[in-house]
Design a protein. Structure first.
Length: 154
């Protein structure tokens, strides 16, 4: 009976750490806005901000730098997604963009979690992103799909 009791105690003590890292589906839809720099060379850097809805965050705001390379069609950057309670999920992204009209672009690629605070302090994960933007209105939409480890803090 004693080995069983020891095993039961170990299971109870270890369960939170095992459960804390389970991946859960993640999806976000974010309406974005960005400042268009007055002039760009081969590369152009700008900040993308936005608001939307995300699983495990609810109403979310986002902000972060992005860079595009016109010669290669590569887009890179980071973004901080902030939940209403102040918890943050920090991601980096790498992908491509292409014109769909003289004033519109489509973009897609992959993202990965690089940090977090609050409920997402120990999270990891990643997935794919896609979206579109209008240079005429400096607005767009971003879709994130993938998974994030559930830290058990929510």
């Amino acid at each position: 009976m004693k080995p069983f009791a020891l095993a039961a105690v170990l299971c109870v003590l270890m369960a939170p750490s095992v459960l804390a890292l389970r991946p859960v589906p993640f999806h976000a839809v974010i309406d974005t806005a960005f400042d268009i720099p007055p002039a760009c060379g081969q590369t152009c850097g700008f900040t993308i901000s936005g608001v939307g809805q995300a699983t495990h965050l609810g109403r979310v705001s986002t902000d972060g730098p992005s860079s595009i390379d016109f010669a290669t069609g590569v887009q890179t950057g980071t973004s901080t997604l902030t939940a209403a309670d102040g918890s943050e999920l920090k991601i980096e992204f790498h992908g491509s963009f292409s014109p769909t009209s003289p004033t519109d672009v489509a973009f897609s690629g992959s993202w990965s979690v690089i940090g977090g605070t609050g409920r997402f302090a120990d999270s990891d994960g990643g997935g794919d992103y896609q979206g579109a933007a209008s240079l005429a209105t400096a607005t767009g939409v971003l879709y994130l799909d993938g998974s994030v480890s559930d830290t058990g803090g929510h």
